[in-house]
Design a protein around this ligand. Structure first.
Ligand SMILES: NC(=O)c1ccc[n+]([C@@H]2O[C@H](COP(=O)([O-])OP(=O)(O)OC[C@H]3O[C@@H](n4cnc5c(N)ncnc54)[C@H](OP(=O)(O)O)[C@@H]3O)[C@@H](O)[C@H]2O)c1
Length: 244
């Protein structure tokens, strides 16, 4: 059955590939991010192959914009079946570089953006007595490496918040599922957010050696979305076979 699926951070990479995959599977997709030209292009591409999609420009650090995104989805399609908190950035560097603005930014987008998404969509899902959150963490949410302290902290936080939400909704009997997707190296624009030259060089090499296509992650998300309603796929770790 067709689902209404909202995706943040859908203007490129994993969000874009997931929007295309879920639209191709017959769902109605609301894509959001800050770059309107990319969202317009994505919606046109989905419609050109017979899919159904709309967009709303949304900065996930702005809680009223995120609340408006949820209202837009309900106004346009009547409900929210799935909300994917996917927007994120990864300006990694060692702590001794003191890139405090980048630490703030990662916390604002990667953690607070997810919380704002939950706050925006949960009331509608509670009302419907059904729904699903897909929250994008990372293998960096399972392990920390030099240069990745703050990014990893944000991605661990995504897992912790998701597990708390899962338990609370199970107790509430709200029929809301929570899924965390933790990708390894995926070929997207993410490394472009790194400003520290040393870290950028290391990460670029890692991605050149290992990265898999974003479509692989999209397929895993589709699996979680399409699982029978009585079954929640809570955690997926997906990485290149050769990534160590
Ligand atoms: N690629 C990987 O190897 C990898 C691995 C593990 C986890 N992840 C996670 O996957 C998610 C998607 O990243 P990606 O790899 O697909 O990278 P990407 O191509 O750089 O996509 C990031 C997306 O986040 C959006 N975004 C950034 N700041 C935003 C803000 N303030 N408000 C709204 N949207 C914002 C960007 O859109 P705008 O710039 O248009 O706003 C873009 O659509 C992130 O959470 C990332 O941490 C990626």
């Amino acid at each position: 059955m067709s689902k209404v699926i909202v995706i943040t951070g859908a203007s490129s990479g994993i969000g874009e590939a997931t929007a295309k995959k879920l639209a191709a599977n017959g769902n109605q997709i609301v894509v959001s991010a800050r770059r309107e030209d990319r969202l317009q292009k994505l919606v046109s591409e989905i419609k050109a192959v017979g899919g159904d999609a709309s967009y709303q420009v949304t900065d996930v650090t702005n809680k009223s914009e995120v609340a408006e995104l949820a209202k837009f989805a309900v106004k346009t399609y009547g409900k929210i079946d799935v909300w994917m908190n996917n927007a994120g950035l990864m300006p990694q560097s060692t702590l001794d570089k003191y890139k405090i603005d980048e630490w703030d930014r990662m916390i604002d987008v990667n953690i607070k953006g997810v919380l704002y998404g939950i706050a925006a969509a949960l009331p509608f899902m509670r009302e419907q007595k059904s729904g699903q959150f897909i929250n994008t963490s990372s293998v960096a949410g399972h392990a920390v490496h030099p240069g990745g302290s703050v990014y990893s902290a944000t991605k661990y936080a995504v897992r912790v918040i998701s597990e708390g939400l899962r338990q609370e909704e199970a107790i509430a009997g709200s029929n809301i599922r929570v899924s965390v997707i933790s990708p390894g190296a995926v070929a997207t624009e993410l490394p472009d957010t790194i400003s520290d030259p040393e870290t950028k060089k290391r990460v670029d090499k890692l991605y050149a050696d290992f990265a898999i296509d974003a479509e692989r992650v999209a397929e895993a998300v589709a699996y979680a979305v399409e699982a029978p309603a009585d079954t929640a796929i809570n955690e997926i770790v997906i990485r290149p076979t050769t990534q160590h």
